[in-house]
Design a protein around this ligand. Sequence first.
Ligand code: SAM
Length: 215
Amino acid sequence: HNSAYRYPRCPEEAPWAQLYPGVDNPVVRVVDIGCGFGGLTVALAKLLPDKCVLAMEIRDKVAEFVRLRIEALRREHPGAYANAAVLRANAMVNLPNYLARGQLDKAFFAFPDPHFKAKNHRRRIVSDALLSEYAFFLRPGGLLYTITDVEALHAWHVARCGAHAAFEALSAEEAEADSCVAAMREETEEGKKVARAGGAKYWAVFRRKEDADVS
Ligand code: SAM
């Protein structure tokens, strides 16, 4: 479905002023990859009012739902949520169209599709190749967050991020002290579904190392 969509050739050509009306020189600092219905995106926008939060979602109807949700929130709470926006995009392909090296403080991967079968693991949104890309867009010291209800996928996140030269795991204490972790645990639609069903949630946070070579 890629051909039906237009992407900017580079981040400078993206319509930032339209996405973040009223924000001076908007620069995306936080991404919610595979945002679904956007619960985490709007929670992060509230939690981090000085940072532009960008949701990315591949399903066009779902991205449109989130766009309307943000518009409604802006009408309801004048002055708030100007720092939240959504794009229909394939995050496995189009990050370089929208982001530049080192600009991100945080990247969230909440309840990504598990792709259970071994032959489909290369389609997972956390993979060795894509982690190198995320490391490139995260600033030194920037954080990558994962959460899932699939224990085997959590083990994969821990193993892949742990093995990657650019990332190190946060200690449990450091992660618990981060209010974004609470938002990630409580505010996504998928996480609420899991909680209603009495399921477990497994999460982790990784730091983009200060001295990593991401070129
Ligand atoms: N993060 C949300 C939550 O926790 O409620 C949604 C989780 S849902 C299980 C996974 C989402 O990722 C779906 O909405 C799906 O369309 C989206 N997705 C899958 N692959 C994607 C990609 N390559 N780029 C952007 N979004 C993607």
